[in-house]
Design a protein. Structure first.
Lengths: 427, 512
């Protein structure tokens, strides 16, 4: 009897990938909830590492008709001391395990591991930049490619075999190129022929055919066709995000930590989801400076507080580099809310006249001490100012944060996909 | 003849070939087994996990629940909560055995003997498998099912197909013919038939038929209840079959999906009835083959000890008060009974002559065992061949737990002269799927009224359905039936214990 031994180890893996994706799609909302919950407990760097999530089994339950209760009979091994007619206490050890092999009745939660990509995708899934409206035919990167018929020149990789062969066939028929069978037939006839004259005639015919075959090639360079592609410009929404962070002396380590977490999240979100988003980092004390991300997140600084300096810096950068008619402009500001008393008016003016008119969206994050006691007293000067602006209809969102665990919810809250914006926005 | 098959733990494909040849020699000559041609495939741990999630089959249609199982197995495997099987074997012809690449040479010998000869013989010869499964056609049929489901998804949308499959899966355990009577499934013909039917429908389609005026509707009241039930084939316990044939508003492709799920359930039906026997056979066979190979000097003492180590683990039966206890281990029970049969046939005692007059002292071990393997399932196997000696060995006892009984759980019988038969009968019943699965059947359809489908659950020993699950399954059932469905739980005296009524959910508007 023949026995086949096959090595399957090199077969492509991931046979279950499709099923897994279906499962994730199906469990999306559950998994998303779990992802957010998991991410609250972790550092931002770890968030991007993926990992294990637990979802309630209930939502993904596959029901079956199952029986339960009633009178039960069972045969068990390992009797040591019982004799017929004995009674066992129900709560006792003896009966605790008697239920037998429960088919997963006891598992009320379902754990599994998400890959890094799956995790981040789900984590950021329902976020977007609001009101990404200004679109412009932009430079090179935004070109798409589409098929556009055939051409007579191109790269060998693009040869369209079917089209080429079809043309060659048509040409061969049109020019009456002898077919292989014809020549074979003739050769057979020559071999079978006994009459010398007829033979010579046949040979002459054959020579003629062969010469013709040579003259008319099977595939001529004329026949060759290449698939043609053309590039089409795609409108792309360009956007710039300004990150304004207060690093003055009044910001405690805790507050700075909160602010940095927020920006880190913003950074990850933008980098991953939008190809055409520029990020500008501005940090300020009583002076503002544009810095690179390394300095922004890790460089030390201290000093007094003048919020207007940051807004001024932003305004200048917008004027120089980002024409508001071409760019969607966003800003996120984090501060403890303290500002010099004298600066309030200037800040308000800058915001109302210069910044807000060009911004699609302005997010303000007020960080506080752990425990949040500072908030209970009274609103900070910045908060009061911004609230007034918001009430007069400026595109401004404000949130307060005092604990690490609040960062994720607030972030989600700020960038939650809004229904009205849904149709308009596609990155 | 005393050439070693391998040294140490390493193996390559030549070693596997030598091992298989050696096992085959013992299996066919000494044990007289009759097997399908073998196909042995070496796979990795990841591929084993893949196989787990699609119930061991090499190909299957796509569905989210398989992804769920994969995620679950993967997570517990990664955490080390779960070891993977050494092998998976498929009841097909050729019989495919998957071997894990991590196995040592000894383990490969063990699993080849176990799967490629033990299980293989059982699949080919046991009456249940002969009756209900088509080993030649199953792989082609699964291939057809996979393609068909894919085509349906293309044509009718993934969501729709998923809805139908979800519902079918929920009813899978009640999509089985339990009694023969219809002819054996021929899955290849089945596949062709589906294709032909579709083609025929497309060929004869003519929109004009729709416009032909219909005659006056015949009066339905003329149908007597008896006649109606007969026309619908009621009572019917195969719910999927009933829906496929009689559900009023299913599309043809939905019926075909139900049919696919039903056929697959039927294919697995014998396996659930023969766990003890199937594993017992395979374990007995691998034990015999390994011992023989050792006797022939083809495997070293060291390798044989390694084998004994894993064999002992496989047939370990924890006692009821042990932390590790989770019911009877089918390997342990099956193997013990088969070894016991060997003992009764060759060295019977007086007790055995009294209990097993047919086989005691017959001396033809393999003849008796082959007959047992061919003609029994778990329930009848235990009821016939569990000997008093074995009951004493396992120290079996029977507990009766009546919730009404205040005093506690009663010990009804133990392994003594008075209890042997009762213990044995009860253990056999514990392995009877007809007894384990809820007994649910379609009893009537209210054709003249609101087309409500009426089901009965015959409650045994007061054990009713789990409420949440029952409601969900009935919801699926109602969605397929598209009218109300009611399930009535009745006890042995036809007293109604509980009634469920479920209405179908509106079909969500098709997403453009």
């Amino acid at each position: 009897m023949p026995i086949h031994i096959i090595d399957r180890r090199l077969n492509p893996g991931g046979k279950s990938l499709e099923n897994r994706q279906r499962f994730l799609r199906r469990a999306k909302s559950l998994v998303q909830g779990a992802v957010k919950k998991t991410s609250q407990e972790r550092d931002i760097k770890d968030v991007l590492e993926g990992g294990e999530v637990t979802i309630p089994l209930d939502g993904m339950h596959e029901p079956r008709f199952r029986r339960e209760g009633g009178t039960r009979d069972m045969v068990l091994p390992g009797n040591k001391k019982f004799i017929e007619g004995d009674y066992l206490q129900r709560s006792g050890q003896g009966s605790a395990k008697d239920s037998g092999p429960g088919e997963g009745d006891s598992e009320d939660a379902f754990r599994f591991v998400l890959s890094r990509d799956e995790f981040v995708d789900l984590f950021l899934d329902d976020l977007e930049l609001p009101d990404l409206a200004k679109r412009k035919i932009a430079h090179t990167e935004s070109e798409g490619i589409q098929r556009a018929g055939y051409t007579t020149s191109g790269s060998p990789a693009n040869i369209s075999v079917s089209r080429t062969v079809r043309l060659a066939l048509a040409r061969r028929i049109a020019l009456k190129r002898p077919r292989k069978e014809e020549i074979e037939e003739l050769e057979a006839a020559i071999a079978a022929c006994t009459d010398e004259d007829e033979r010579l005639e046949l040979i002459a015919q054959l020579e003629k055919l062969k010469a013709k075959t040579k003259r008319i090639p099977f595939i001529d360079p004329l026949d060759i066709r290449y698939r043609r592609f053309e590039t089409v410009p795609k409108p792309v929404a360009q956007a710039v995000m300004f990150c304004l962070m207060d690093v003055s002396g009044s910001m405690s380590e805790h507050m700075k930590d909160l602010a940095k977490r927020f920006y880190m999240l913003l950074y990850v979100f933008l980098k991953r989801r939008y190809k055409h988003v520029e990020i500008v980092f501005i940090r300020h004390t009583d002076r503002a400076e544009e810095v690179d991300e390394q300095t922004f997140f890790y460089g030390p600084a201290s000093g007094g507080t003048l919020v207007s300096s940051a807004l001024q810096a932003m305004h200048e950068i917008v004027r120089e580099r980002f024409n508001p008619s071409d760019w969607n402009i966003y800003a996120a500001q984090a501060s403890d809310g303290d500002n010099s008393y004298s600066d309030g008016e200037l800040t308000g003016m800058l915001l109302t006249d210069k910044i807000l008119p060009v911004c699609q969206f302005f997010a303000y994050l007020e960080v506080g001490e752990s425990g949040g006691s500072a908030f209970d007293l009274s609103d900070s000067s910045l908060w009061t100012l911004y609230e007034r602006l918001r009430n007069s209809g400026a595109p401004l969102s404000m949130r307060k944060v005092s604990e690490r665990s609040e960062i994720f919810p607030v972030f989600h809250d700020l960038f939650q996909r809004r229904d009205t914006a849904q149709e308009k926005a596609a990155p | 003849m005393t050439e070693r098959l391998f040294e140490g733990a390493d193996w390559d494909f030549h070693t596997l070939q030598r091992i298989t040849d050696a096992c085959e020699e013992v299996a066919l000559k000494d044990l007289g087994l009759d097997v399908y041609p073998n196909q042995i495939e070496v796979i990795t741990a990841e591929q084993m996990l893949d196989a787990y999630s699609s119930v061991g089959m090499p190909l299957f249609y796509k569905h989210w629940s398989f992804g769920k199982h994969f995620a679950y197995h993967e997570a517990s495997y990664r955490k080390g909560l779960m070891g993977l099987a050494y092998e998976i074997v498929i009841n097909s012809s050729p019989c495919i055995s998957y071997l894990m690449e991590e196995n040592t040479a000894t383990m490969q010998t063990l699993v080849i003997a176990h799967a490629a000869f033990g299980h293989n013989h059982f699949f080919k010869n046991n009456y249940l498998f002969k009756q209900w499964t088509d080993a030649d056609g199953i792989l082609d049929y699964l291939d057809f099912a996979k393609t068909y489901v894919m085509q349906c998804e293309d044509r009718y949308g993934r969501v729709e197909v998923e809805r139908t499959l979800d519902a079918a899966h929920a009813l899978m355990s009640h999509g089985i013919d339990r009694y023969p009577g219809k002819k054996k499934l021929d899955l290849r013909a089945e596949e062709k038939r589906a294709g032909r039917r579709r083609q025929h429908e497309e060929e004869v389609f003519n929109d004009l038929w729709r416009t032909v005026p219909k005659g006056a509707a015949k009066s339905r009241t003329a149908l007597s209840i008896e006649r109606r039930r007969k026309l619908l084939g009621l009572p019917q316990e195969n719910l999927l079959y009933f829906l496929e044939k009689s559900a009023p508003r299913l599309a043809p492709w939905q019926r075909e999906l139900l049919r696919i799920v039903r056929h697959i359930a039927q294919y697995f039906y014998p396996q659930s009835q023969t766990k003890v026997m199937n594993e017992g056979t395979a374990t007995y066979v691998h034990y015999r083959i390994m011992t023989k190979l050792h006797q022939q000097g083809r495997i070293t003492d060291g390798n044989f000890l390694e084998f004994l180590g894993s064999h002992t683990n496989v047939v370990f039966q924890p006692e009821f008060d042990d932390q590790r206890f989770s019911g009877f281990n089918p390997y342990a029970l099956g193997f013990a009974v088969m070894q016991d049969i060997e003992r009764i046939v060759t060295r019977p005692e007086d007790e055995d002559r009294e209990w097993f007059p047919d086989i005691a002292g017959k001396n033809d071990v393999m003849g008796v065992l082959r007959d047992v393997w061919a003609n029994y399932r778990d329930e009848s196997f235990i009821a016939q061949f569990l000997s008093p000696k074995l009951m004493r060995h396992f120290r079996m006892f029977h507990l009766h737990d009546d919730p009404e009984e205040r005093a506690g759980i009663r010990v009804d019988a133990i392994h003594d002269e008075r209890g042997f038969r009762r213990v044995r009968r009860e253990l056999a019943r514990q392995h009877d799927v007809g007894f384990i699965d809820a007994n649910i059947e379609v009893v009537d359809v209210d054709l003249s009224g609101d087309r409500r489908l009426i089901l009965h659950h015959h409650v045994i020993k007061g054990s009713q359905l789990n409420e949440t699950d029952a409601k969900r399954v009935l919801q699926h059932l109602a969605d397929l039936w598209t009218y109300d469905v009611s399930l009535i739980e009745v006890d042995a005296n036809d007293k109604v214990m509980r009634e469920y009524v479920v209405s179908p959910r509106p079909i969500p508007a098709a997403v453009a």
